[in-house]
Ligand binder design. Structure first.
Ligand code: GLY
Length: 581
């Protein structure tokens, strides 16, 4: 009690209330204590170890972080087929050693024949699985255009050089680890429905086992075409032809015109300052940057460091901030080419202050009382990888094909193209007020329109301090991405964890609706849980919930006066690695 009066100016606590009774602050949770990987020059971290090796190899060959990032993007498309892709899309936040920050938007677009109610039946009800499974769920893929744009603008190597490792991995195969086959096993029922998928991802009709070799000849041939002919073969030539033919034959909407008109865009990043650090992240069509910044702005007035990591008090403020920010996300944001995003408001200190004024110091606010349209809210499967090079260039990329249960997009591969197509159409609002795959209840700003990009939660982020690169972070996990990235940043900045401890620490999440804190085991200590429940929170502990993501992060620091790059593969990504150089 004395503590809170001292640090918070006495405006918060009455002696009888639950949080005020806390005598001490929770220590960091007992994450498995592993040290980060250290290197002098650069680092590549991804959720698949072959892809991380590819990135480090490109850096060793003299490529920069962008060259390595493009090479990892293609390598993950081979070695991590649940999310790594050329059939999906993504977002890249780039910090160049010369101080420039930029963003490449290669998020998928809705086909021109798409319409707002395309997933509703005659009575206006959502048709189960329509936005998730099969060709009708597929949006125009953006990855090939995005990787090309990055390479030509900011890379130094040729397309053939950066694609060579991926082609080799597809053609000669690679050895599967337990983490790889776990994703295959979980999706076996879908693989069996499509003979061309089963031919690749089942071994003589049975699931692959750890230690087996996965060879993908069709994908190798497709990658060779892209390597030799460039994105035109994907968007205007043979590959587009084969995808469009399969889509038309199976009730999809994709046309050659949809492919031919796809462009990746370079736009400014979103930035905000948090305790002397600059957070640089993804703007719309991602909600990631705006909402991480909104939550950070709200939290900046609370002494999170003194409250301690995942103490009842710090969880309370974090969750209340998440609850309010997700209302803005779900009802305010959409593709900036189609809707005006109220970023000035969402990112303003006044908005953060107005939200803080609504946050009870000790009691949970029921989400039913936090509504779009009422003040202050008048006006809201995937993988991440990070690369830093010797010069200090950094690339933070999250890309996705989405999924039904755990990746593999719409669970279809067009003919012999060898790659899964996304089901990113499910990220749109199929029906205002109805939850999507991630339970997100969204508004009309994110309704389906031809050529529009669905709102994303992907948050590829970079943190700088005094203009110098400090951290690269990001994660898969749908709506959980935002809170995962936020917590990793808070863990480093407020709770002084090293980067490995920061990404390994058990996490929690709240997204306004459902009105529940979803927590990993160990994220909330039993005594803290009691205090939070007394304050009105519902808590659901979900062991192994895949949405908690894999934050593949890098931190740049000094040791004995020398620059050191620290890499952290998230403990949850059991096939991943951080590879230094
Ligand atoms: N597909 C998940 C996202 O973009 O948020």
């Amino acid at each position: 009690m004395r503590y809170f009066r001292a640090v918070l100016g006495g405006f918060l606590f009455a002696p009888s209330l639950a949080f005020a009774q806390m005598a001490s602050f929770a220590p960091p949770p007992a994450a498995k204590a592993e040290a980060p990987v250290e290197a002098a020059n650069g680092m590549a971290v991804s959720a698949q170890h072959y892809a991380s090796e590819v990135g480090a190899q490109i850096l060793k060959q003299g490529g920069n972080a962008v060259d390595a990032a493009v090479a990892i993007g293609y390598a993950l498309a081979v070695t991590y087929p649940s999310a790594g892709n050329i059939g999906g899309g993504g977002l890249a936040t780039i910090h160049l050693a010369n101080g420039k920050d930029t963003f490449i938007n290669f998020r998928e677009k809705a086909p021109m024949a798409a319409s707002a109610n395309m997933y509703l039946d005659a009575k206006g009800n959502i048709i189960p699985m329509a936005s998730l499974y099969g060709y009708k769920a597929v949006a125009v893929p953006g990855t090939v255009a995005g990787l090309e744009k990055m390479l030509t603008q900011y890379g130094t190597m040729s397309r053939a050089q950066v694609m060579a490792p991926a082609i080799k991995l597809a053609e000669e195969g690679f050895t599967l680890m337990p983490g790889d086959v776990a994703f295959f096993k979980a999706n076996e029922k879908y693989f069996r429905k499509e003979p061309n998928v089963a031919a690749i991802f089942l071994k003589n009709g049975q699931p692959y086992a750890a230690g087996d070799r996965l060879v993908q000849k069709d994908l190798a041939a497709t990658l060779k075409q892209i390597s030799a002919k460039g994105p035109d073969v994907f968007y205007k030539g043979d590959i587009a032809n084969r995808v469009v033919a399969a889509s038309k034959a199976r009730g999809g909407l994709l046309t050659m015109q949809d492919f031919a008109s796809f462009t990746a865009e370079e736009t400014p990043v979103i930035t905000c300052d948090y305790r002397g650090y600059r957070i640089i992240s993804a703007p719309p069509p991602s909600s990631g940057g705006p909402i991480i910044c909104e939550i950070a702005n709200i939290l900046s007035a609370y002494p999170m460091d003194k409250m301690g990591h995942h103490s009842a008090q710090s969880i309370h403020f974090m969750v209340e901030a998440m609850r309010h920010a997700f209302v803005d996300r779900n009802y305010g944001l959409g593709d900036p080419n189609f809707v005006k995003n109220p970023l000035d408001k969402i990112l303003s200190p006044q908005h953060a202050a107005a939200i803080r004024a609504k946050i009870d110091p000790v009691k949970a606010t029921p989400s039913s009382e936090v509504k779009p349209g009422t003040p202050p809210h008048e006006d809201a499967q995937t993988t991440h990888y990070s690369v830093v090079d010797k010069a200090g260039n950094a690339v933070s990329i999250t890309y996705t094909i989405n999924g039904i249960e755990s990746g593999f997009g719409a669970q279809v591969i067009a003919g012999n193209t060898g790659f899964f197509l996304n089901n990113e159409m499910d990220d749109f609002t199929s029906k205002v007020g109805a939850p999507n795959l991630y339970g997100l209840v969204q508004g009309a700003a994110n309704s389906i329109q031809p050529g529009k990009r669905p709102l994303s939660s992907m948050s590829p982020s970079i943190v700088t301090k005094d203009g110098k690169l400090f951290m690269v972070t990001g994660s898969p996990g749908g709506s959980f991405i935002i809170t995962t990235v936020l917590e990793s940043i808070l863990n480093v900045v407020d709770h002084k964890m090293n980067v490995k401890a920061a990404v390994d620490a058990p996490r929690l999440h709240h997204q306004w609706l459902p009105d529940v804190i979803t927590a990993e085991p160990g994220a909330i200590k039993p005594e803290v849980k009691k205090e939070l429940e007394a304050a009105g929170y519902k808590i659901s502990e979900e062991p192994g919930n895949i949405l908690f993501g894999f934050d593949e992060a890098i931190l740049v620091g000094t040791k004995n006066g020398k620059r050191v790059v620290y890499g952290a593969n998230d403990r949850r990504a059991t096939s991943g690695s951080a590879v230094g150089h």
